[in-house]
Design a protein around this ligand. Sequence first.
Ligand code: GTP
Ligand code: MG
Length: 136
Amino acid sequence: SQRTLVLLKPDAVRRGLIGEIIGRIESKAGWTIRALELRDLDRVTLEQHYAEHEGRPFYDPLMEFMASGPSVVLVVEGERVIEGVRALAGPTDPIAAAPGSIRGDFGTIVRENLIHASDSEESAERELKIFFPDFT
Ligand code: GTP
Ligand code: MG
């Protein structure tokens, strides 16, 4: 099975949606939470995580937002969990996200879209190393 890196972003934590979002992930058959922590994400971690977006117009406000309060950092393991959490989250723009998805149910602002989930096996491997370097 697969492992994926999930972040409940600062807006989700501020709005009291940790339980709601983790509940949806936990409810999926056979998926297991392997690590879980409330964490202030430092600049170095965020620069590594969002390296692909450096130079984009939304990069600086995104970094500021991601440092604006603690996130919940999770490792989730299970069958097709990489594709699966992305499907639960919905598309990046919450207004384009269908009701029933996390972003579609709770989001309105593209930057403040509640959740991050690795988008491929390669991304998951890279991101798990950034956030949990000692995790095996
Ligand atoms: P992540 O799981 O956070 O990586 O989201 P994603 O994979 O759905 O989107 P992507 O990696 O393309 O962008 C990363 C994050 O940057 C998004 O989740 C948004 O918070 C923000 N972002 C992406 N595109 C835009 C944009 O066009 N405008 C703004 N304001 N923010 C954006
Ligand atoms: Mg992404």
